[in-house]
Design a protein around this ligand. Structure first.
Ligand SMILES: NC(=O)C1=CN([C@@H]2O[C@H](COP(=O)(O)OP(=O)(O)OC[C@H]3O[C@@H](n4cnc5c(N)ncnc54)[C@H](OP(=O)(O)O)[C@@H]3O)[C@@H](O)[C@H]2O)[C@@H](O)CC1
Ligand SMILES: Nc1ncnc2c1ncn2[C@@H]1O[C@H](COP(=O)(O)OP(=O)(O)O)[C@@H](O)[C@H]1O
Ligand SMILES: [K+]
Length: 504
């Protein structure tokens, strides 16, 4: 599903108007009516309910006036509270139409907070049409902040128009204060602010309504951001004639005296997702544990970290081999590990997934990535802490920062998988948001499992970007399959992978 920024949405609107003879009025009418329809679908007949619609000064408020007018068709119990004169023409038109239809408008300024609270708390449904995609600066006005707080405390049910007021449409940030919605009806497409935290937490149930932007408009636009929905995800083929080498191999380089289990998790996840052969290069302790879990793993005991050792194992690997480097690697023997990374990046052609400590080691010299051959696939799977070390920015600055991930991927010609509760996948040209999963995955070892899955799917010939999309999605689904959310070890998620896979 396409995801658009506020700017892209404005461009679509402009294109619909200029090229397809739509008008702002038609689009606003459709936005308002489809919101009322969504409310009906979700909460049933409107005739027995009473509504308060809170309208801001822009077109989000304009939608609010359309909604209020349409509700008058079902009940007279609808009142508008306005934050002031509409500032746009189309919004004014709809304010006037609402009045002409017998609607009642209260000015928030005159009503005061106390009376407003009375109205809000006695309404079955409060409709939040204060700010939409036009909100770009902090809400500093204390009376608006008080109103938002009152909505959050006193409403029985809140439907936000387009996006809960106070959320930055493009980042999901709260600009001062924001409405907590029960349901949000957005127009055309989801926006990043619906998908990224904290915005994602405030939208309630998300409905996407078509408002009449002609499909030719968006087909002709080149969209570059998408939400992973589980549809059209690629799965490796398993032809009847295939043998183990047809599926390729995953070679995991990792583990240390301190972190013995991480590469084992990665290896087991690769096994469970279809890899033909899984190898581990790591200390003896790691190999012993790995073999006790799965005797079919192939282990190379590397008790002292050595580039030559790694080279002897991987230099003759088949073209179907994929290397995962980093799970549980630690940062001891730093210089030799940098040598290994450099060797894997520059001297062999196979795809490489750089994960966990390998990312921390790489952050000392990210430019090694620029020495790779143009056709070689390199994937980086950082969580925000790791991405912060790589980009030399704060964790706050990198969290959910899809444009940063895009720029990074473009500059270094790599696929970046910025892992979080909402995961961002990008190759610099196209970006995907993944929202499957839950806190059953917020566990040590989860990332190791994910890198094993990605390695496995690439080794089975999926295009790397497609492999990542499928991996992050099914990993999330596997997490959701844990019966009591969070009452699990990351290890438990591995056994859910086959069933999660069968769902796509
Ligand atoms: N695109 C489409 O296809 C369609 C879009 N539609 C609808 O239009 C909505 C976007 O409308 P929009 O652009 O008028 O902006 P909106 O969100 O109403 O807010 C802007 C107003 O708020 C004010 N303001 C801003 N920040 C503020 C602050 N911190 N504190 C106080 N005030 C602040 C700002 O004031 P100003 O900056 O001008 O001083 C301005 O007056 C969109 O979300 C959707 O609902 C539909 O009708 C159908 C088709
Ligand atoms: N609340 C959550 N919802 C969905 N996925 C989550 C959540 N928390 C963590 N995850 C996923 O779990 C994985 C954690 O990876 P990472 O932080 O690298 O773990 P570790 O370093 O312990 O192996 C990532 O894929 C992330 O997207
Ligand atoms: K809103």
């Amino acid at each position: 599903m396409v995801v658009v920024t506020s700017q892209e949405m404005r461009e679509l609107e402009k294109c619909a108007i200029e090229k397809f003879e739509m008008t702002e009025e038609i689009l606003m009418e459709r936005a308002g009516i489809s919101t009322v329809q969504a409310i009906w679908n979700e909460y049933g007949s409107l005739s027995e309910k009473n509504f308060v619609v809170i309208c801001g000064p822009g077109n989000n408020g304009g939608d609010g006036y359309v909604i209020a007018r349409d509700i008058l068709n079902y009940t007279e119990a609808v009142r508008v509270i306005t934050l002031g004169e509409p500032k746009t023409e189309v919004s004014k038109i709809n304010r006037n139409r609402f009045l002409k239809h017998g609607g009642i408008i209260y000015k928030y300024e005159e009503l005061g907070l106390e009376k407003t609270i009375e109205m809000i708390s006695s309404a079955d449904i409060v409709i939040d049409a204060i700010f939409g995609t036009g909100l770009k600066r902090e809400i500093t006005d204390e009376s608006i902040a008080n109103l938002i707080e009152a909505i959050n405390i006193y409403s029985n049910c809140v439907v936000s128009v387009d996006i809960p007021s106070g959320i930055d449409t493009d980042t999901g940030e709260i600009l001062g204060s924001a409405v907590q919605a029960t349901m949000t009806v957005t127009f055309g497409f989801p926006k990043p602010g619906h998908l990224l935290f904290p915005g994602r937490d405030l939208i309630g149930k998300l409905k996407i309504a078509k408002i009449g932007i002609p499909s030719q408009t968006f087909l002709s636009e080149s969209f570059k951001r998408f939400l992973i929905t589980g549809e059209n995800l690629k799965k490796p083929l398993r032809p009847r004639w295939a043998h183990k080498k047809s599926f390729g191999e995953v070679i995991i380089i990792g583990g240390s005296k301190q972190y013995i289990g991480a590469p084992v998790l990665s290896a087991l996840a690769a096994q469970k997702t279809g890899a033909g052969m899984v190898k581990i290069i790591g200390p003896s302790e790691v190999c012993d544990i790995a073999l006790s879990y799965d005797p079919s793993l192939i282990c190379y005991r590397m008790d002292s970290v050595s580039k030559d050792f790694v080279s002897s194992v991987v230099k003759n690997c088949s073209e179907n081999s994929v290397i995962v480097v980093g799970p549980g690697w630690g940062q001891d023997n730093f210089d030799e590990k940098i040598n290994i990374l450099s060797f894997i990046i520059t001297e062999i052609q196979n795809p490489v997934i750089i994960d966990a400590d390998a990312l921390n080691i790489l952050s000392s010299n990210v430019d090694i990535l620029k020495q790779k051959e143009i056709t070689k696939s390199i994937l980086l799977t950082p969580h925000p802490g790791e991405f912060s070390r790589i980009t030399k920015l704060s964790t706050k600055e990198v969290k959910g920062n899809y444009t940063l991930a895009e720029r990074f991927s473009e500059e270094y010609q790599v696929i970046t998988v910025l892992k979080d509760a909402t995961t961002i996948v990008t190759d610099g040209n196209t970006t995907f948001f993944n929202i499957s999963g839950n806190t059953s995955l917020a566990k040590a070892g989860s990332g190791d499992i994910l890198s094993g899955i990605i390695g496995s799917l690439i080794s089975q010939h999926l295009d790397p970007l497609e492999a990542v999309k499928t991996s992050v999605y099914i990993f999330g689904i596997a997490g959701e399959m844990i019966q009591a959310e969070g009452f699990n070890s990351s290890y438990d998620v591995i056994s859910k992978l086959p069933e999660a896979f069968s769902k796509i």
